[in-house]
Design a protein around this ligand. Structure first.
Ligand code: DMJ
Length: 465
């Protein structure tokens, strides 16, 4: 009886190991050359340069968009997402300023936020974006400063977002009116449904009110429970009926941070369900979506029910996955994927939004100042201490300065081929892109990596003890 049991355990362990090793990259980051000379990087000098460029972007915001959501750097004006400002850029950028030690700017920004930010507005907002940028930004601002004003704002905002969870399934609607609580948007996607546990769970921990954690966790579990027999999720789902409306599976935009929050929900709160959900999901991802080709190691698209490959697209958003693999302990796949991401960045001297990795052709040519490729290089430098990731970070930074810098800030590109600018400076450029760049080169004492978990907008939350 006992030996039967032991045999069974051995059999299950071997099966898990085999599944986990499916589609392994052939050569993990083998002959990838980063710089021609292999020069050592002066970290102090890089950190100073990055800080100065952050200030250049922030000065443009101050001059032409102060008090508004975002800077339009070429027309030298501003943009408010909903016709009235929610201070997207200041809230998103504040913790980066604190980490960079920019005391004067941080003090001015803190005053702007605490004196003028209010959420009692008759506007219908996108739950996902408002949560990751504003609730996340306010919570990390509170944890870094201990100023209760930030926590009060985060709690007020989260209370106004709560009506989104009023479905039978527990999965949230996409939009909510901040004043009336009216909800809309029943066809959603895994990322928008499953990316609030870090923020809502942290809010519960800080306020002692369990409701936020419970709502976010219920949504995450409800989505996980609708995975296919082979363990994958699709691209869109009706949150009222729980029925999938698009069964294409991938790790890209629209699904990406659902997986990120399973892993980070485990790491941040020690949540056992998140651990189990991540561990079973990553087996399916590596079995059906991982793709080792002659051009590198990638993650593509497949049907969630059959596992049949549907396309070979990879883009700037997918580049976040190296960071997740590294955080989960799978450095082999993380390093191989980062080598592919580096190739993608270098196709046109700066990263395109999407490529076909079979042909290595650019499919969507824009670069909207996204952080993910840099985020993964930062994680890999943290875990491996390999100089090549610093060199990679320097190449990324130099190309952003070269192609995206404007007289009054930074602009995304309509095309990485023509380098034509798009006149947008997204708030995540200051929250994420600059933060990850800076942290890669800054002294380790700037932020204790292992004591925090970053939300998907790079706002660090203290790990739950
Ligand atoms: C950010 O708002 C977040 O990282 C989100 O998860 C997806 N992408 C943008 C930046 O590219």
């Amino acid at each position: 009886m006992k030996s039967k049991m032991i045999l069974k355990i051995i059999f299950i362990s071997i099966t898990i190991i085999l599944l986990n090793n499916a589609n392994m990259p052939a050569k993990p980051f083998a002959k990838e050359k980063i710089t021609s000379k292999g020069d050592r990087i002066d970290k102090k000098e890089m950190a100073t340069k990055i800080k100065n460029e952050f200030l250049h972007a922030w000065d443009g915001y101050k001059k032409y968009a102060w008090g508004h959501d975002e800077l339009k750097p070429i027309s030298e004006t501003y943009k408010d997402w909903y016709g009235t400002s929610l201070l997207m850029t200041p809230v998103d950028a504040f913790d980066t300023m604190v980490l960079m030690g920019l005391k004067k700017d941080a003090n001015e920004t803190e005053k702007l936020i605490l004196d003028s930010l209010s959420f009692n507005k008759d506007i219908s907002v996108k739950f996902f974006e408002i949560n990751i940028r504003l609730v996340g930004g306010l919570l990390s601002s509170y944890e870094l400063t201990n100023d209760k004003g930030f926590l009060r704002l985060a709690e007020d905002l989260a209370n106004r977002l709560l009506p989104v969870f009023s479905t039978k399934t527990g999965m949230p609607y996409r939009f909510v009116n901040l004043k009336t609580g009216e909800v809309s948007g029943k066809v959603s996607n895994p990322a928008e449904i499953g990316s609030c546990l870090i923020e809502f769970g942290t809010l519960s921990r800080l306020t002692g009110k369990p409701i936020y954690f419970e709502k976010a966790k219920k949504a995450l579990v409800a989505l996980y429970n609708r995975r296919s027999k082979i363990g994958l999720v699709g691209s869109s789902i009706n949150v009222e009926t729980g029925k999938w409306t698009d069964t294409e599976s991938h790790i890209s935009g629209g699904i990406d941070s659902y997986y990120e929050y399973l892993l980070k929900g485990w790491k941040l709160f020690g949540d056992k369900d998140c651990k189990r959900m991540w561990q079973s999901s990553i087996i399916a991802i590596n079995k059906y979506l991982a793709d080792s080709t002659s051009t590198g190691f990638w993650y593509g698209q497949a049907d969630m029910n059959t596992g049949r490959k549907t396309s070979s697209l990879f883009g700037s958003l997918d580049a976040f996955f190296g960071a997740e693999l590294a955080l989960s302990g799978d450095l082999k796949r993380a390093e191989a994927l980062q080598a592919s991401c580096f190739k993608m960045w270098n196709l046109a001297g700066i990263e395109p939004e999407e490529i076909n990795y079979d042909s290595m052709k650019i499919i969507s040519p824009e670069y909207v100042l996204r952080p993910e490729n840099i985020e993964s290089a930062y994680y890999l430098y943290h875990y491996t201490h390999k100089e090549k990731y610093l060199q990679m970070g320097k190449i990324y930074f130099d190309s952003i300065v070269k192609y995206c810098r404007t007289k009054n800030g930074y602009s995304g590109l309509k095309s990485v081929i023509t380098k034509e600018k798009d006149n947008e400076m997204e708030s995540f450029f200051l929250a994420e892109t600059f933060k990850y760049l800076y942290l890669m080169f800054a002294p380790p004492k700037t932020l204790n990596f292992s004591s925090v978990i970053f939300n998907t907008e790079a706002h660090p939350m203290k790990r739950f003890k």
